[in-house]
Design a binder for this molecule. Structure first.
Ligand code: M6R
Length: 369
């Protein structure tokens, strides 16, 4: 059942082209219009929402952070992302014009379930993005958009994460479509780009030899930092979480822009730092800013490991190692840039002799608050 792989995690990392492909399947028509009738929320009600709050924990919350960048850009609706357990115990401002998007692979995470119940009591509409048919969170939500990643067995989430991001993009594009035809052409183009993503993930998987070798060489590392900006920020956080969970290594993700506000003090000779570099075709001067961050930390002795877009030669001069991922629109990049980080964590934990499917102290679904 591991499909010939030594662990479920490796199988699930390799399942990702299919997980994303299946999540896209049947959700748009030939004219490039989203057809999410399965949501069963009155489109008029969806048009009237003036705020989205994503509630989730762990990896699912990072999917929510990626969604924020995309949905705000496409729909011009403010999106807040909050950890379910923090949301529930403050005094959040939620009303019947708020759409709650609860993201959960298992659909059983108690923190998220309690947050959903609370939000419903306040009159909010709740839409679940979930990978498990008929689980509690979708049953208690007003609507559900299932991710079709297939069962995820390894405790560390991989394919469910990419499927959650994919589903969130579909939701964002659907809301943009409901809000007017202004972006119809753009939506169609983005759907075309999304359809190309599974083959691009496959390319990343096919070229993963080098990152596995690097992971093996780094088996004795005590601390790894991850930097990203824009959608690369949650990707950096996710890369750090994978390394903590699987390899029990101290790992921290930062927004690259935050470096000089503190974290740069951590940089000393030999400190490994992963940097998720935004596309040079992206917004404003973001790429240049991150390249200058790489220069800054390198000058202080960091060992820089860079994830960049194919053709981005500017990073080469400042990177110990560069792993390239295929070109895609900048907002969709997390579907590609996350993959080398998952592979790295899995390979490093394996090199240390750890059980990557069942890391210590963790459960696949956290059914207590
Ligand atoms: O089933 P959920 O998506 O609600 O689970 C949320 C987190 O517990 C989960 O993502 C956790 O962080 C994973 N172990 C991450 O790999």
């Amino acid at each position: 059942e591991k499909g010939g792989y030594p662990s479920f995690m490796e199988k699930e990392i390799n399942d990702q082209p299919q997980a994303v492909g299946d999540t896209l399947l049947g959700r748009s028509d030939v004219e490039g219009r989203l057809t999410l009738d399965e949501l069963r929320i009155d489109p008029e009600e969806l048009k009237a929402i003036n705020k989205i709050m994503v509630l989730a924990c762990g990896t699912s919350a990072y999917a929510g952070q990626v969604a924020k960048y995309a949905i705000e850009h496409w729909c011009r609706i403010p999106v807040e992302v909050e950890l379910s357990h923090e949301f529930r115990y403050r005094d959040p401002i939620v009303d019947n014009h708020t759409l709650i998007v609860a993201i959960s692979q298992s659909g059983e995470t108690m923190d998220t379930l309690m947050a959903v119940r609370y939000a419903k009591e306040q009159g909010a509409k709740v839409l679940a993005i979930c990978n498990t048919n008929g689980s509690t969170i979708p049953r208690e939500s007003d609507a559900v958009l299932y991710t079709h990643a297939g069962p995820e067995i390894a405790v560390a989430s991989t394919k469910a994460f990419l499927a959650q991001i994919t589903a969130a993009y579909l939701l964002g594009l659907y809301l943009a479509q409901l809000r007017g035809d202004k972006f119809q052409g753009e939506i169609k183009d983005l759907l075309t780009d999304l359809a190309k993503v599974p083959a691009k993930i496959q390319q990343v998987l096919d070229n993963s030899g080098q990152i596995k070798e690097l992971a093996e060489l780094m088996a004795d590392t005590k601390s790894v930092l991850f930097l990203g900006r824009h959608v690369g920020f949650p990707v950096a956080m996710e890369g750090a979480l994978k390394l903590k969970e699987l390899a029990y290594i101290h790992a921290e993700g930062f927004a690259a822009g935050e470096l000089k506000h503190g974290p740069i003090a951590l940089i000393e000779e030999g400190q490994p730092v992963f940097v998720v570099v935004p596309s040079p075709r992206g917004r404003d001067s973001l790429h240049a800013k991150v390249v200058s961050n790489i220069q800054e930390i390198r000058a202080r002795g960091a060992k820089t490991i860079v994830i960049a877009e194919e053709g981005d030669d500017a990073v080469k001069a400042y990177a110990e190692h560069v792993f390239y991922v295929p070109e895609t629109p900048p907002l969709l990049a997390p579907l590609l840039t996350t993959v080398p980080l998952q592979i790295f964590a899995c390979a490093l934990a394996t090199a240390k002799g750890y059980d990557v499917d069942q890391p210590r102290n963790l459960a696949k679904s956290v059914t207590v608050e």
